[in-house]
Design a protein around this ligand. Structure first.
Ligand code: 0XW
Ligand code: MG
Length: 367
């Protein structure tokens, strides 16, 4: 099989509820890049990447120039067995993992379609029937966040990510965690995410004020060292996100003793090929995983659901239905949440096919 053409669309995704995080990071309307790799067999593979502005070393308008740069290494190449081609691509263009993640997803889609198997079968086999989801709550007034948590709880959600720090008011963050904890009662998992936006002292003050509650903290500060300091000073479990992005940083987080859980994101790790290796490392280390991406619609969501479905239950803390938070839906038949859980799409490959009318006009056709 040979790749013959890359078509890319820049698709604005609008959040149903404007999503506020610390340091002014906001998802209102965010540009997603959806791509299709066509081949000489008539099979096509899909990929998607949707960077959040100011969130990671990634920006949406950087995707298509990176694709242009990678085109000579892709056209004419055999997509079957994505890791071999990704290895060559990594020599052709160093870095730019976020742009590569969309290519990597499309290569896995093609490989699984050619095998006539759902993608999870190639990523380790179906390990679980369905996966638990978490519900992410935008950083607004504490009472409003508690209401959103309760609404999601009533629909079956049992894990809650509470965004913190958007108003730089540490006492409001204490109220956010306390009120959400109370709204969902004992049992559900509740964790507060600063997205790197706190200094260690502020995060420690917030953590100590809620230390009598069952709460986990997520990525309070920008570095592993600071997060480890907050974990030690508060005694609260810690999830790493932004600073756990490759094998070396996952090992560093583990060694620093501040990685009870980690967020595995497709675009920060460069796609399923790398994320699968990191998933297996986390299984060995005993780190609980959140299998997700930064943002995106049905193609991204399908890719991460396949990896989650092939991960043994002992390693999955949760996964994320990113397509639930934004419109438009790219594939109206893609999976949706039911009672706080979700299953991967069935059918060969990713099992989703975007409706080209929803994508609009292609931004780039590369061959
Ligand atoms: C990346 N986010 C902002 C979106 C996902 O829902 C999770 C969240 C995070 O930073 O953990
Ligand atoms: Mg996070």
């Amino acid at each position: 099989m040979k790749i013959t053409r890359i078509t890319a669309w820049e698709v604005p995704l609008t959040s149903h509820e404007t999503y506020y995080m610390a340091e002014g990071k906001t998802c209102d309307t965010t540009l997603s890049v959806v791509l299709r790799l066509d081949t000489d067999t008539g099979l096509s593979g899909w990929g998607e990447v949707c960077p959040i502005p100011h969130y990671l070393p990634a920006y949406a308008k950087g995707v298509i120039p990176a694709l242009e740069e990678m085109t000579p290494a892709l056209i004419g190449a055999d997509p079957i067995g994505p890791e071999a081609l990704m290895e060559r691509l990594n020599k052709h263009l160093i870095g730019h993992d976020y742009a590569k993640s969309a290519i990597d997803t499309a290569l896995w889609d093609l490989t699984a379609q050619a095998a006539n198997l759902p993608l999870y079968a190639l990523l380790g086999g179906r390990a679980v029937k369905d996966m638990p989801l978490y519900h992410s709550i935008t950083c607004v007034e504490p009472q409003e966040m508690a209401r959103m948590a309760r609404d999601a709880f009533d629909l079956g959600m049992r894990q809650f990510q509470v965004k913190l720090g958007a108003d730089s008011n540490w006492q409001a963050d204490v109220a956010r965690l306390t009120q959400v904890r109370e709204a969902v009662g004992d049992g559900p998992l509740v964790y507060g995410d600063w997205n790197c936006g706190a200094d260690a002292l502020t995060a420690t003050r917030v953590g100590r004020a809620v230390a009598h509650l069952d709460i986990m903290l997520e990525q309070p500060c920008a570095t592993i060292e600071e997060c480890a300091h907050v974990r030690a000073a508060t005694g609260l479990p810690m999830k790493l996100d932004e600073s756990a992005h490759d094998i070396a940083s996952v090992i560093a987080g583990h060694q620093a003793g501040c990685m009870d859980a980690a967020a595995l994101k497709l675009s920060k790790m460069g796609g399923l090929s790398n994320m699968r290796r990191i998933r297996d490392l986390c299984l060995t280390l005993g780190t609980q995983m959140c299998i997700e991406d930064t943002w995106g619609s049905d193609v991204t969501t399908a890719a991460l659901l396949h990896l989650a479905a092939s991960t043994p239950a002992r390693g999955i803390m949760n996964t994320c239905d990113l397509s639930h938070y934004v419109g438009p839906r790219l594939d109206p038949n893609a999976p949706t949440r039911k009672d706080g859980r979700i299953t991967p799409p069935e059918g060969p490959g990713l099992g989703v096919t975007p409706d080209v009318d929803a994508l609009g006009q292609a931004t780039a056709i590369l061959d």
